[in-house]
Ligand binder design. Structure first.
Ligand code: MEV
Length: 423
């Protein structure tokens, strides 16, 4: 029997849960219990979360960790990270401390321009279109003035509006390309509202507006983060060997897409965790970053390394469209708290913090990969997850953790030890 339903959104939360349990779960009572277990005990706070999206039935928790000891442009930070993967926060903390005694992270926002486009079809003569576009420029200003007023007060707004002929790629296809500075907001609503207002004032019979929307490709909203030191200051048994191997690992990611994707995934472990903790849009960030990584037609590393003479330099350059006002940033109590923890950064500072978290994560991953291998540290952190899955008691956890202190953790080795203990 079909389980398609109409009017689902009109049901109460209880009704939605009951319908779900009845139709999709074997143990209805248990299902309802689990769903409700994750409701917040504070009804007002729960309502706030319910209202973020539609058809909310419960919450999905992710851990909120913190990585202390970051020094960015000589300022100290504790970075909040929301992520489910073990080792990420530990690695960020370790790398932060390591670089804090080697000059810290140096960052710089290169540009902050964002783009939006009005895509349209026009079958007439191009010069007539150009004349019409030029005749409309004042109308564009008037149409957007009520939207841009506040943004302009903050020093942002529309930077440029241009007509683009795309007919070589697609028949009769043109764009109005609009660039923006959205200051401390991510600016999605602002950009889309401006675009729709411009599109409305551009309409005429022979122009067929297809859509108006911001672009999440933001190669002109760039930030750079860097660490550098004398090779001997890298420490360890053989810092020169470490530096060379590290550089080689980055060069591999620069030319080999299979490696580059994983390399950049590690970078995004750090960035997404801060994006989430600060209530920013991780899908937009991901889309923009990966498009940027393939801007030259081939997917490549976002980070780079140079080992020249006695010097080690490691840096990242990537686009990040983030906000410290608007959206969830002030609405979600934990996002608000994260921004306070980060000392109320501007959007530019937040770009720098995120780029730092990404570079730190990449440094941690490559250091591990080129020395002991990633599983050594990772599985040690994962040990606890395995033990939780096995419902190990606190005593069992203690015994097993001690046992694996100087052994390689694998799922089957943990299982064997666990079974042995329970025998
Ligand atoms: C795992 O989440 C991330 C790494 O695979 C990144 C990398 O390989 O560089 C460890």
């Amino acid at each position: 029997m079909s389980k398609l339903i109409s009017g689902f959104s009109k049901l109460t939360k209880e009704e939605k849960i009951n319908w779900l349990a009845e139709n999709y779960f074997n143990n209805q009572e248990e299902t309802i219990k689990i769903i409700k277990k994750y409701w917040h005990s504070n009804a007002k706070l729960q309502q706030l979360h319910d209202d973020f999206i539609e058809n909310t039935i419960t919450n999905f928790y992710l851990p909120y960790g913190i990585a202390p000891n970051f020094v960015i442009n000589n300022k100290e930070y504790v970075i909040p990270m929301v992520i489910e993967e073990s080792s990420v926060v530990a690695s960020a903390s370790k790398v932060a401390k390591f670089w804090s005694t080697r000059g810290g992270f140096k960052t710089k926002v290169i540009s902050t321009t964002k783009t939006g486009q009005i895509h349209f079809i026009y079958k007439g003569n191009f010069s007539d279109l150009e004349d019409y576009f030029n005749s409309k420029k004042d109308d564009f200003k008037t149409a957007t003035s009520s939207i841009t007023k506040n943004m302009e007060k903050r020093g942002g707004g529309i930077l440029n509006i241009e007509l683009v002929d795309k007919t070589l790629s697609l028949e009769n296809y043109y764009q109005i390309n609009v660039t923006f500075d959205t200051k401390d907001s991510m600016g999605a609503n602002f950009i889309n509202s401006c675009l729709e207002a411009i599109a409305n004032s551009f309409r005429k019979d022979d122009i067929d507006i297809i859509m108006s929307i911001l672009s999440n490709y933001i190669p002109q909203c760039l930030v750079r983060a860097e660490v550098s030191c004398k090779i001997e200051d890298l420490g360890g048994e053989d810092p020169y060997k470490f530096a060379k191997k590290f550089e080689q690992a980055v060069k591999i990611a620069e030319i080999e897409p299979y490696r580059a994707v994983t390399h950049n995934k590690g970078i995004m472990n750090g960035i997404d965790a801060v994006v989430l903790a600060t209530g920013n849009d991780f899908r937009a960030i991901e889309a923009g970053v990966h498009a940027y990584a393939s801007k030259n037609g081939k997917y490549t590393s976002l980070s780079h390394c140079e080992v020249v003479d006695d010097n080690f330099k490691f840096w990242i350059e990537l686009p990040l469209a983030v906000g410290t006002v608007g959206g969830l940033t002030k609405l979600h109590p934990m996002a608000k708290l994260s921004l306070e923890l980060l000392q109320q950064p501007s959007a530019k500072e937040l770009m720098e913090i995120m780029a730092t978290a990404g570079l730190a994560q990449n440094f941690g991953a490559l250091s591990a990969l080129t020395t002991k291998g990633i599983q050594y540290g990772h599985m040690k952190m994962h040990l606890n997850n395995i033990l939780n899955q096995l419902n190990a008691t606190d005593e069992e956890k203690e015994v097993i953790s001690k046992y694996f202190e100087n052994k390689t953790v694998t799922h089957s080795a943990v299982l064997n030890k666990f079974n042995e203990l329970r025998k």
